[in-house]
Design a protein around this ligand. Structure first.
Ligand code: ADP
Ligand code: MG
Ligand code: MG
Length: 927
């Protein structure tokens, strides 16, 4: 039997179904579904995506068999509509519409009003008595057809702004101007008829071909052109951005035309079953009287609101609710039906022909983050969907959006875009431009809102970055310093805006032919990477939005693994708890030596570093001790008994050597040595490859007193809190280990100091865990032995990735983009965990570790802890928790829930397919 290429729909029936999106494309499948639901859908048929593949296989030729099937389907449509295609008395007209599996709005082509020719035009004029509408439809047909079929599909690439469609549109503009009309609806019958004649000549002149005057030729031309639009430029680049595979193909939908341009009782519109910006359960849409097809979206005229409840401020156009109450009621009933049937917010297209309503499209509507969360929660409440489905529907990016204030989308539409960069930090920000970190801090102290604009940022800019509302850089990628820092803080940030020219000396930036000076307002959309001129209106983020809270509660109920945060200050710790972190997975002791309030401890640390003798060092350490203890204590206190993993000093010491002349003098003076001697001692700390040098546990081996001081600070901080009736649960973590004996070495110090502190405070035991970071491949391989000493592992995947690949994480910007471009790597491994390499090592580490110590607690700290796919991986390999920056905590909670739902689904699938059911519920291991 011949393959079935064509599926009909109409008259309450359909050969296809809503689930057949792969075969019929989204539009075709849903047209079929709407017809089955008994909704008023003009009859038509869908040519399958398989035929599209076949079309390309045959070198852009249609198989002969298709002709027979299309003719049969056309007969079905003619019967349903009681009209014949090409009939000179009462012709059926058709639209030819593209429709891929997942919607690609505006990326492919549609041709309307197919079947208008010199033979059918007089008939339809006589039949309708509405010559104006007929000529209007004909000029639209010519505009679309000449562009889509005769130019684009023919592979003609016109010069900028010289495409045939533009030339025709210019002619329309010219006529409108000559006649003094603002809208095309004001043109007379004669104007339009003359315009059609002019169009024909322009087409002939521009393309050297006459406009086809045969209905069948138009239909096949349209069909082929839609298939060809699958490989049009716009479609290809959209697919690349959205990750839609090129081999999917598009379907073609041929459908009887209905007309919204027949006069004042006709109209066309688009609507959402719920508000796509806020998620509110209110019917929301726009419509235009006497218009066709894409007029609404194209913004040819100001559209009218659908109802009074959603009328935008300042819009005085008549609502459909008031203008055509009966049709509105019918449409509203359809909205309810679709929303319930598809159990999701729908984006619909409709047309009203002389008071009669027709449905032309329905699809899952795109929505903002707040709307996605709101709709998911609402649908669970009204029992339309289960929490499992709600959790799967909300994307990580959408959740992120909820937490950040964003630019008002309407203000964005109207604003002047200055340039585009990479969307590095989410949300929106508006502020006055400053060019240095110091200015940022100073201006903010004066109560101003600023955007820090830099060529690129470096660690010295952090104070300014913290102060600024948003950060904009000309250079750098998604893993650049600015991007990392901004994401960690949840700060709005756009990086790598190549068109941005920063003139630091002149305190100006140049972009898009505009000059922006210090103090001028600009606005950033960090979720999209756009930069706008002026101060745009913002809409607030919603951490205490009830929908958000309820949604997170759903996630927590479903997930199996715990979520902690990386936090170095009591403020971050508080933020982490607010976002639902069940502990701190990484507290970096060195952090107290950076940033605000760090001058004193840093000076003392420097003294320690530059000490020559043990006595000198011990004196400096004693000095440093109270700072370290106070810092740790404040964080333990903020976490109120939740576990806090404290990592001992990690970075290479030379990072702390002072560069500044005054500081060097002060340090030398305090140590009682000459500047030359200081320089000598600093030089001795220099290393060729400090990342793999004298750092982490290696410092603790050489200078046990350095470890000891930190360990004592931890125990005393905890003991003091417990004595005061508070709770504290420190977990001591040794960094950069590669051998179990390093751990036994440090463990001895820990045990001794523990006993001393316990004794000092009159306690039997100060609670703590002892563990290590696994960030060197050898440590993962030695995990079995490591676990004899370590009670927990935390995978430090930043360094583990660096060491496993041998990619310096500070230099990957130079070559990883090429690796991705050449398809060598699927993604930046510092952003998305490399499951097949780094992940293998992690699996080995967990397996060997737990073989020795079944109760071994395993977690991850590092950027990956907040990445969707990486969190899913951590769930699958049986980790107890993931840890990420505070702002990523909700995302990690969502990701963990998604992972659990996918697991259950997969297990059910297995059970269902008759294989041995391994659907035993995994035990919760949130710790
Ligand atoms: P897109 O996928 O870009 O939205 P569509 O195929 O939906 O393209 O068509 C573009 C416009 O033409 C839409 O507004 C649609 O409602 C309208 N349209 C398509 N087919 C018909 C038809 N048979 N009758 C009336 N209007 C139609
Ligand atoms: Mg289109
Ligand atoms: Mg559409």
């Amino acid at each position: 039997m011949a393959t079935k290429w064509v599926y009909t729909f109409g008259n309450g029936k359909a050969e296809g179904r809503g689930e057949q999106k792969e075969l019929l494309g989204g539009k075709g499948a849903n047209l079929a579904e709407m017809a089955r639901l008994g909704l008023p859908v003009p009859a038509g048929f869908t040519i399958t995506t398989e035929l599209c593949t076949e079309f390309y296989k045959r070198g852009k030729k249609l198989p002969g068999e298709l002709t027979r099937q299309v003719e049969a389907a056309l007969a079905f449509v003619e019967k349903a509509m009681s009209k014949k295609f090409g009939d000179p008395k009462d012709p059926l007209l058709l639209s030819c519409r593209s429709g891929a599996r997942s919607s690609m709005p505006g990326m492919m082509e549609t041709v309307l009003n197919i079947g208008l020719t010199s033979k059918t035009i007089p008939g339809i004029i006589a039949k309708t008595g509405n010559p104006r509408f007929v000529w209007d439809s004909y000029r639209r047909l010519m505009q679309m057809y000449s562009d889509v079929v005769m130019e684009k599909a023919a592979g003609i690439e016109p010069a900028e702004d010289m495409g045939v469609r533009r030339q025709l549109e210019r002619e329309l503009e010219r006529v409108k101007q000559a006649k003094g009309c603002k809208n095309d609806t004001e043109l007379t019958v004669d104007d339009l008829q003359a315009l059609c004649e002019a169009y024909k000549q322009i087409i002939q002149r521009v393309l050297g071909k006459s406009f086809p005057d045969d209905p069948m030729e138009q239909l096949w031309g349209g069909t082929k052109a839609v298939f060809q639009s699958w490989n049009g430029k716009r479609a290809i680049s959209y697919r690349r951005i959205e990750g839609i595979p090129g081999h999917w193909g598009t379907a073609v939908n041929v459908q009887a035309m209905v007309f919204g341009n027949m006069g004042t009782s006709s109209a066309t519109g688009v609507a959402f079953t719920r508000n796509p910006a806020t998620g509110e359960n209110k019917f929301y849409g726009e419509w235009l009287i006497n218009a066709q097809g894409e007029d609404v979206v194209a913004g040819i005229r100001t559209p009218s609101p659908l109802n009074e409840a959603t009328r935008p401020e300042g819009n005085t156009e008549p609502s459909l609710e008031k203008a055509m109450p009966k049709v509105y009621k019918q449409l509203h009933a359809i909205r309810d039906k679709l929303d319930k049937h598809f159990r999701d917010m729908q984006d619909i297209e409709f047309t009203i022909e002389e008071g009669i309503l027709y449905m032309l499209q329905t699809r899952t509507g795109k929505r903002t983050g707040p709307a996605a969360v709101g709709i998911a929660v609402d649908m669970v409440k009204s029992k339309l969907i289960k929490p499992e489905e709600a959790v799967m529907r909300v994307g990580a990016g959408q959740l992120d959006e909820v937490l950040h204030p964003v630019l008002d989308p309407n203000a964005e539409k109207a604003a002047k875009k200055l340039c585009t960069g990479l969307p590095a930090g989410p949300g929106g920000a508006a502020g006055q431009v400053v060019f240095t970190a110091n200015d940022a801090v100073a201006w903010v102290q004066q109560g101003k809102q600023v955007i820090l604009v830099r060529e690129e940022t470096n660690p010295e800019d952090v104070e300014g970055m913290r102060a600024a509302l948003g950060i904009l850089t000309a250079r750098g990628g998604m893993t650049s310093h600015a991007a990392l820092v901004a994401r960690g803080w949840g700060k709005c940030c756009v990086v790598g805006a190549g068109d941005l020219h920063v003139d630091l000396a002149g305190r100006t930036i140049h972009m898009a032919g505009e000059t922006v000076r210090e103090g001028d307002w600009i606005s950033l959309n960090g979720t999209r990477g756009n930069v706008y001129k002026g101060k745009l209106h913002m809409v607030p983020g919603a951490e205490d939005n009830p929908n958000f809270k309820q949604f997170m509660a759903m996630c927590d109920k479903l997930r199996k693994i715990g979520v902690r945060a990386n936090a170095d200050t009591p403020e971050d710790a508080a933020k982490a708890r607010q976002f639902g972190a069940a502990g701190i997975g990484l507290f970096r002791t060195e952090h107290m030596f950076y940033g605000k309030g760090a001058e004193e401890p840093l000076f003392k640390l420097r003294k320690m570093i530059h000490a020559k003798s043990l006595d000198e060092r011990k004196a400096a350490l004693d000095d440093l001790f109270p700072h370290v203890k106070a810092d740790i204590k404040a964080t333990l206190e903020a976490m109120d008994g939740l576990p806090v993993t404290i990592r001992l000093l990690d970075p290479p010491l030379h990072e702390f050597v002072p560069q500044n002349e005054d500081e060097r003098k002060r340090l030398a003076g305090s140590l009682g040595i000459s500047l030359e001697e200081l320089a000598k001692r600093a030089d001795a700390l220099n290393e060729v490859n400090p990342m793999m040098g004298h750092r982490g546990v290696r410092l603790g081996i050489t200078y046990p007193e350095v470890s000891e001081m930190q360990i004592r600070a931890i125990f005393e901080a905890a003991a003091e809190l417990i004595k005061a009736g508070r709770k504290a649960m420190p977990e001591i973590m040794i960094p950069v280990t590669c051998d179990p004996k390093e751990l036994t070495n440090q463990k001895k110090i820990v045990e001794r100091v523990h006993d001393e502190v316990a004794k000092k405070f009159g306690m039997k035991k100060v609670p703590y865990l002892f563990g290590t970071m696994i960030e060197i491949p050898r440590a993962a391989l030695q995990a079995g032995k490591m676990a004899e000493v370590a009670e927990f592992f935390s995978f430090g995947t930043n360094d583990l990735t660096q060491m496993t690949f041998g990619f310096s994480r500070d230099d990957v910007g130079g070559f990883v983009p090429d690796y991705i471009k050449n398809g060598i790597l699927p993604a930046d491994p510092f952003q998305t965990l490399d499951q097949s390499g780094v992940g293998e090592l992690m699996k080995i580490g967990i397996k060997r570790g737990r073989a020795t110590r079944p109760g071994l607690k395993v977690g991850i700290c590092g950027e990956h802890g907040g990445d969707l796919e990486s969190v899913k991986f951590c769930h699958r390999v049986g980790m107890n928790y993931v840890s990420c920056s505070p702002y990523r905590v909700p995302i990690a909670r969502l990701a963990a829930a998604k992972a659990a739902v996918e697991d259950t689904k997969a297990a059910k699938g297995k059970a269902g397919s008759g294989k041995k059911a391994s659907a035993k519920k995994a035990p919760a291991r949130k710790k």
